[in-house]
Design a protein around this ligand. Sequence first.
Ligand code: MG
Length: 261
Amino acid sequence: MLNNIHSLIIDMDGVLWRDAAPIGDLPTIFARIRERGLKFVFATNNSTKTPEQYLEKLADLGVTIEAWQVITSALGAARMIEKEIPAGAPVFVIGEEGIKAALREQGFKILHTDHAEKAQAVVMGIDREITFAKMREATLLVRRGIPFYATNPDQTFPTPRGEIPGAGAWISVVVTATGIEPTYAGKPFPFLMEMSLERLGTKKENTLVVGDRLETDIAAGQAVGCPTALVLSGVSTREQAEAWKPTPSFIVKDLEALIGA
Ligand SMILES: [Mg+2]
């Protein structure tokens, strides 16, 4: 199945694990990936965690990787802003540690809500401590024409109790109040895929994008011209995958079935 494939861009939630529970025998699956000589990175729309936190989570599940192999929508947003806004500029962030750490690492100064008006960019991701004051400041800045960036457009976030508001649901409040759409780093937009291809150093036609969601993972892979594999261990179903145009290159039960572990 993987002839001509030299590397993998792998989504995490719904591919590697559901909540805390791993999907399949991850140490064996990744040993097999390495035996086959495939390079890989993980690309996730989740902006709450840092790459180091994912390294720890994977290590706990018996998979050892390096920090360069984790690409989050938080890292993507920070890279995007770095290209447009002067280094060291003050920015206003609605988000959690993942996005704040990524911005600090690129040298940006993160403003407290009380000083938000000095911001040269607004960056928005999921923030489980969202407040009216944060939304008010973001809206005022965006209405003033300050550049508006966001990690990911996911409308909901899956939990054991059901779907709860995702980054996109909160972002939609600012979009409604301003009439301005942010520039997104995350899937289905191509930026995370481009960052992944750059890090892997493989050609797009030899790089397989693996994910469990058609409208984010598969759409992002298709947007940059990579072959794609939908795993049925997460959100999207086989019926949805067969109706999706263009159909993913592979539709498989899970990562193990794809790799042939
Ligand atoms: Mg997923």
